[in-house]
Ligand binder design. Structure first.
Ligand code: PEP
Ligand code: MG
Length: 581
């Protein structure tokens, strides 16, 4: 028995035989062509590119049909990559310029694109090199005249799929009914395959580093997708423990799924809107499965992709429109680009402290274009349903004025060009910089709503880097300063009659969610899978009791005391909520 540990990226437990997937498309070698051979080689490459595009289109169609249109979005990105001048057209150029075979040309292009991607500091963007391999691997296969092979579309039996890197198009083609779990050497929770696995409810563990070497083909494997645990050839005892956990997990999932149709109401009848935070448009389907009443935060910068390229206005309109249509009649809140300076190209040395440097609206001084284009797309998407625009990283009224002036400019451009758009798309501020929280009353006059980004708000309020594990023990959502700040925001919003939400992780923790309700928050946005437990917590309390509890907490002097009081006052919810480490 061997136990491997990775990152649990999709919860659930499964036991079954391992199917190891390798990625050998065969050797690639360089052939020097005579000038007369070049046109035929170009034709061969162009044919393989066209066949690849057709295949991607049909995968996309199959996905749309069988899993829902949002999942197919990934393959739009693959198509775009394939058709990008840096890939297909460049490979054709290499064949022409260097008089080499198409395989070698593709390999050359792949190397230069990988070199480009490896320079990105953002892990998510670097991870997209997987998509590049996927697209190029497909063309290589088609060049070899083996368009159908290899096929994971028809598996002989239910298996635990073990892959170095399960590429998105392989995941899409998979015989899902026979995939018990997915285990990969690479990846994290932003990995496309992880997203698809979560959406399909298939347990998955990523980032295992050497699972493909350590798991024998056909060996029995037990996977715990929540704990990130993979047990190879488990002993009878471990197997029994995992099987028992599997039964409990299924029962709990069943029970939580049953809450989907229940209203998010406190025991004394106060409604709390529970919305979803999403990074990828395809997560909207998951949000709906968990009963989300809207998207409270779409982290739009994920649309930039690995090339850190801003999508065009039309591409964005298409994404936002689809999101709005899918979530109908609920609103979709799109946060404008929350990016660092790297998205605007090289500009000298990087900021000594990126969290306090040039980011989001502060990049307007470099170029307003990406923001203006996004605002135009959002205003246009407003004609399809309730879109809300949310500005991140606002520090006070002057930032907000600049952002609103840009929005007005986007409106007048659309008016001039005669394009249909919605004039009164709701506009809000993501309250996450302490100065903005302090002057929320001053901002209220100019916005339609507020949403508190507690992740950053706590980081800045307590001067604790949210990404540094060495100080994570100091990152304390229960801190009296956090509570007082949230209380102040709630009072400012109430005085101005502005709807108020929380879209940071505090909203996803059931005890903190109750405290937020007690402080006056009536909308909470969180990862879709957190919704059922938060809903349960809310249904178990009265808003009056939550308010009284919040008042008592506000009088306490330390995070330890506040957390203890909340746990003691809400014992049933506390039992099901994890103890903070
Ligand atoms: C936040 O800061 O709380 C937030 C919701 O946004 P992000 O985690 O993307 O910074
Ligand atoms: Mg933030």
């Amino acid at each position: 028995m061997t136990a491997l540990r990775g990152t649990g990226v999709s919860p659930g437990i499964a036991v079954g035989p391992a199917l190891i997937v390798e990625h050998e498309v065969g050797p690639v070698f360089r052939l020097a062509l005579s000038p007369e051979q070049v046109p035929a080689e170009v034709e061969r490459l162009e044919r393989a590119l066209a066949v690849s595009a057709d295949q991607l289109r049909s995968i996309k169609e199959r996905l749309s049909r069988e899993v829902g249109a949002p999942h197919a979005y990934i393959f739009d990105a693959h198509l775009l990559m394939l058709q990008d001048s840096l890939l297909g057209a460049r490979a054709v150029e290499v064949v022409r310029e260097q008089a080499v075979n198409a395989e070698w040309a593709l390999r050359t292009v792949s190397e230069s694109l990988h070199a480009l991607f490896s320079e990105f500091s953002d892990a998510y963007l670097r991870e997209r090199s997987t998509d590049l391999d996927d697209v190029i691997g497909r063309v290589q296969l088609n060049l070899r005249g083996a368009p159908g092979a290899p096929t994971l579309a028809k598996l002989p039996e239910p298996v635990v799929l073990v892959a170095g890197d399960l590429r998105p198009s392989e995941a899409a083609e998979l015989d899902w009914d026979r995939v018990l779990a997915i285990v990969t050497d690479v990846g994290s929770s932003t990995y496309h395959t992880a997203i698809i696995a979560r959406s399909l409810g298939i347990p998955a563990v990523a980032g295992l580093e050497d699972a493909t070497r350590r798991i024998p083909p056909g060996g029995l494997v037990a996977v715990d997708g929540a704990r990130g645990e993979v047990v190879v050839e488990p002993k009878a005892e471990a197997l029994a423990r995992l099987r028992a956990a599997q039964v409990l997990y299924r029962r709990e999932e069943e029970r939580l799924r049953g809450t989907r149709g229940l209203a998010a109401l406190t025991a004394d009848g106060v409604t709390v809107a529970l919305e979803a935070n999403v990074e990828f448009p395809e997560e909207a389907a998951t949000a709906q499965q968990y009963g989300a009443e809207g998207i409270g935060l779409f982290r739009s910068e994920y649309l930039l992709g690995r090339g850190l390229r801003f999508p065009t206005e039309e591409q964005q309109l298409d994404v936002y429109r689809r999101l709005v249509e899918q979530m109908h009649p609920f609103p979709v809140t799109v946060r404008t680009w929350d990016v660092g300076g790297e998205a605007f190209g090289p500009a000298g040395p990087s900021s000594p402290n990126p969290a306090l440097g040039e980011r989001a609206l502060r990049l307007l001084q470099r170029s307003a274009d990406p923001f203006r284009v996004q605002l135009r797309a959002l205003l246009r998407a407003g004609t399809h349903g309730p879109v809300r625009i949310m500005f991140p990283f606002v520090s006070g009224p002057s930032d907000l004025r600049v952002a609103l002036a840009l929005l007005e400019q986007a409106r007048s451009e659309l008016r001039v060009s005669g394009v249909a758009f919605r004039e009164d798309v709701a506009v809000g501020v993501n309250l996450e910089v302490p100065s903005a929280a302090v002057v929320a009353d001053l901002l209220a006059a100019d916005v339609d709503f507020f949403s508190v980004g507690t992740n950053d708000l706590i980081q800045y309020l307590l001067a604790v880097d949210r990404t540094d594990p060495r100080v994570s023990g100091l990152y304390d959502p229960w801190h009296p300063a956090v509570l007082r700040t949230l209380h102040g925001i709630a009072r400012s919003a109430a005085a101005a009659g502005r709807p108020l939400s929380v879209c940071g992780e505090m909203a996803a923790e059931p005890l903190q969610a109750v405290l937020l309700v007690g402080l006056g928050f009536r909308s909470l946005s969180m990862a879709p899978s957190a919704i059922p437990r938060v809903k349960e917590a809310i249904r178990a309390v009265t808003a009056a009791d939550a308010q009284a509890l919040a008042a008592r907490c506000l009088a306490l002097g330390s995070g330890v005391e506040i957390e203890a009081l909340v746990r003691e006052s809400l014992p049933t919810i506390a039992r099901s909520a994890p103890v903070a480490s």
